[in-house]
Design a protein around this ligand. Structure first.
Ligand code: NAP
Length: 336
């Protein structure tokens, strides 16, 4: 089947609507009898949209939930507590476009001796046009990809996420889980430009979705490389379970910067055809709570279907190069 294009806002929306009608086999959602009491789950971007849906779902299972957010403090936490009936929900402030804020956030988790059983990297952004963060890097590239690399570099080295390779504190038989919220747009992305890696690109409204897809290709390539590095023994009996997914089209605040001409069309389309954050969080819940996903690593899901991600994202050569280039870029910005 030909790959669908997500190159502009209209085709991306149409693609999201068509995904709702796909009849391929799905995994079975995890039943309410599976409890997560005693487990600690981190969710980034948990004050809005999908992230809030994930936080409520995991809190309902009894998990202690840490909502890592830059806004909505404390009201989003109160909402999650009220909706789940679980008081073990807290919020920590972090701006994922700002490497200093990320370091402060990671210091806090380390200093409080937090151990994460699951870390869900959900926060993402689609700016209307290109802009840079305070470090002079493209904002979408920084939030959708680089921030995950920087946070995980710290959480894995500090042993906040138990692991043998970087933290030397493995947890045999009870692997933690790392989950990335990616997007099917990674499939129709332009290739990663390793020659001009990290050099900010100028784009306007028409190309925002194209570069969003590229940021998700960076993320999906990193997801596979991290899974390989954390599990040098291969995919069975993983030390850390690393998974990724596209949640499908979600009626969230993601289109907040959509062009003014598109908003009057987008709002009703999203309300009628897109999934609620509550429904869209079910595959994330499956990756966090199912026994099956605690015995595997490197699984990519599109909504409730297990699929292969794109060939480019799985290429170990590209994954290793991405890792090296990212380390170089971060060193050049004084981050690692
Ligand atoms: N909506 C869809 O159709 C769709 C489809 C495929 C994939 N996704 C992915 O799903 C994830 C969640 O998006 P959503 O649809 O739920 O959109 P959303 O409602 O806009 O939520 C995005 C979240 O990311 C946070 N965020 C953005 N920049 C941040 C920063 N610099 N620091 C900290 N947090 C930041 C936002 O915080 P603020 O509220 O403070 O801005 C918000 O909590 C994203 O990764 C997105 O790419 C969405």
């Amino acid at each position: 089947m030909a790959e669908r294009t997500h190159g502009n806002p209209v085709t991306a929306v149409l693609s999201g609507v068509l995904d709702q009608r796909n009849k391929d086999p799905k995994v079975t959602p995890v039943g309410p009898e599976t409890r997560l009491e005693g487990r600690t789950c981190l969710v980034t971007g948990a004050n809005s949209g999908l992230g809030k849906g994930i936080a409520i779902r995991l809190a309902k299972r009894g998990a202690r939930v840490i909502m890592a957010c830059r806004s909505g403090i404390p009201e989003a936490g109160q909402e999650v507590r009220a909706a789940s009936g679980n008081d073990a929900v807290e919020m920590i402030r972090v701006d994922l476009s700002d490497f200093d804020s990320i370091q402060t956030f990671c210091d806090e988790l380390r200093d409080r001796k937090v151990t994460l059983d699951a870390a869900i990297f959900n926060a993402g952004v689609v700016p209307a046009t290109s802009r840079t963060n305070k470090h002079g890097l493209d904002l979408m590239f920084a939030v959708n990809f680089l921030a995950k690399f920087v946070v995980l570099d710290r959480l894995l080295r500090d042993g906040v996420i138990p692991n043998a390779v970087f933290g030397h504190n493995p947890r045999p038989g009870n692997p933690p889980r790392i989950i990335f919220v990616s997007s099917e747009t990674h499939r129709s992305s332009i290739p990663i430009d390793f020659e001009r890696f990290g050099v900010p690109i100028q784009y306007g409204v028409a190309d925002g979705v194209k570069y969003y897809g590229l940021s998700k290709l960076h993320l999906t390539t990193y997801f596979h490389e991290l899974s390989r590095r954390l599990n040098p023994g291969g995919g069975t009996n993983p030390d850390v379970c690393v998974h990724a997914l596209c949640p499908g089209a979600v009626n969230s605040n993601m289109a907040r910067e959509a062009p003014a001409w598109l908003k009057p069309i987008l709002k009703p389309v999203m309300t009628v055809f897109f999934q609620s954050p509550e429904k869209a969080s079910i595959p994330v819940d499956y990756l966090v709570a199912s026994d099956e996903m605690g015995r595997k690593t490197g699984v990519y899901m599109h909504m409730m279907r297990i699929k292969e991600s794109s060939d480019a994202s799985k290429d170990p050569g590209k994954g290793a190069l991405l890792w090296t280039k990212t380390e170089e870029l971060l060193r050049a910005h004084g981050v690692t």
